[in-house]
Design a protein around this ligand. Structure first.
Ligand code: 16C
Length: 256
């Protein structure tokens, strides 16, 4: 038992993020855990309106405005077979594959690598006529969270993106309008063990996903155009992204 404890502690040290030494860390820690709590709240209670549905995928919004700009919070739930939460959040976080699934992007640059699991990223998005082109500057963090409500269940994984500032990309330069965003993808795997006691394969995996997003467009854009863009883009994103991860993981060893 003592040996196992020591081994566990050693692993914690070995896999611990280097991010805690960074000045952004207190904010990253606070926002990530807040987003996790927020994602785990249900969509019952009448404040969320269903605006898109496709099979297991359901997307809800709350219509909200700040200074006359629509900033509607979005919450989506989905269930995907054959992948784990770790795989889902890994591909959402990893900048190497972002152009494979993110169709709103024109350019992307990693401005700072705070740790293996924490980056600062600048993205330039495609222009939507007649609005000005948008960019987004945010920290991005991914982590495993032990499941404290059910110790027998698989751990939860979260990837969280939140707007920040960086000396290499001041927001008042150039003609881009900077959006402000807080986004999280929270995933949990369940395993239906094979009845014959055989090995667990991808056929026995189900991943439950919650995606939450609040984007402030940062400058004027007609509310109707904005709502039309996200009504089209969010379902497109979640379907394309989850299919990408399924295809990418197929025939690969499972990453729990
Ligand atoms: O979470 C998603 N992606 C992450 C990695 O890229 C990250 C990005 C968040 C997106 C921030 C929105 C930036 C403005 C996009 C401008 C719209 C381009 C449409 C191009 C169509 C050809 O967290 C998945 C994001 C899914 C896409 C969301 C679309 C959100 C629309 C918000 C509109 C803002 C202003 C639009 C001006 C017309």
């Amino acid at each position: 038992q003592q040996y196992l404890e020591r081994l566990k502690n050693k692993q914690v040290v070995r896999f611990a993020s280097q991010a805690p030494a960074h000045p952004l860390w207190p904010e990253i820690e606070r926002v990530t855990l807040e987003q996790l709590q927020y994602a785990r709240l249900g969509v019952e209670g009448g404040v969320w309106q269903l605006f898109a549905e496709d099979g297991e995928m359901k997307m809800y919004k709350r219509e909200e405005e700040v200074d006359g700009l629509a900033v509607d919070p979005l919450k989506a739930v989905h269930t995907v077979k054959g992948v784990t939460g770790r795989e889902m959040t890994h591909y959402f976080f990893s900048p190497d594959v972002r152009f494979e699934w993110e169709t709103t992007l024109e350019q992307m640059k990693v401005l700072e690598t705070i740790a293996d699991d924490t980056l600062v990223i600048l993205q330039i998005h495609k222009r939507v006529w007649p609005a000005s082109q948008r960019d987004a500057l945010f920290w991005s963090h991914v982590r495993r969270v032990p499941n404290d409500t059910d110790r027998d269940a698989q751990d939860i994984w979260i990837a969280c993106n939140h707007s920040t500032e960086h000396h290499e990309a001041p927001s008042n330069e150039g003609k881009m309008v900077r959006v402000a965003l807080t986004v999280c993808l929270v995933c949990q795997t369940s395993i239906e063990p094979p009845a014959d006691g055989g090995p667990v394969t991808r056929d026995h995996l189900t991943c439950k996903i919650t995606y939450c997003s609040v984007v402030n467009p940062g400058g004027w854009v007609p509310t109707s155009a904005l709502r039309a863009v996200y009504k089209r883009e969010y379902p497109k994103f979640l379907k394309r992204f989850t299919q990408y991860v399924k295809d990418r993981c197929d025939k690969q060893p499972i990453l729990f």
